[in-house]
Design a protein around this ligand. Structure first.
Ligand code: ZN
Length: 131
């Protein structure tokens, strides 16, 4: 398994990590297979969505913030219950088909690390299965 780190700059932020994932695949020499991208944190997730227009990521984050407000009532005393809930909604992993040494994505798709309790340094695990 390979990994890389991402430094986030805001409390809630979507960071395009597609190039880092492809760079790891490229270093491994793998051409075909399955690639699992896994985020080993409880307040940070991973998703796939449009990377061409930054307004899309902004809309997603603003809508998620309205869906799960920062202020509860919540039981978790750390002050980041919303971050944990958002992470569960978004999910901690995504699977990709690797083709020609890269993750196969639709024309407008990019892989985003979803920070919900930044700024922090986050680790991304990448496991390649196959050739
Ligand atoms: Zn917490």
């Amino acid at each position: 398994m390979e990994q890389f780190t991402v430094r986030t700059n805001q409390r809630m932020e979507m960071v395009d990590i597609t190039d880092q994932v492809n760079s790891l695949l490229s270093k491994s020499g793998a051409k075909e297979g399955l690639c699992i991208v896994y985020i080993p944190h409880t307040t940070c997730g991973v998703t796939v969505n449009e990377g061409a227009d930054p307004a899309v990521a902004r809309d997603i984050l603003e809508h998620l913030a309205r869906l799960v407000p920062k202020t509860g009532p919540y039981h978790h005393r750390e002050g980041n219950a919303d971050s944990h809930i958002l992470t569960t909604l978004v999910g901690s992993s995504q699977a990709f088909v690797v083709q020609g040494g890269k993750v196969r994505l639709g024309t407008w798709q990019r892989i985003f690390l979803c920070e919900f309790d930044g700024p922090r340094t986050r680790t991304v695990w990448v496991k390649l299965i196959g050739a």
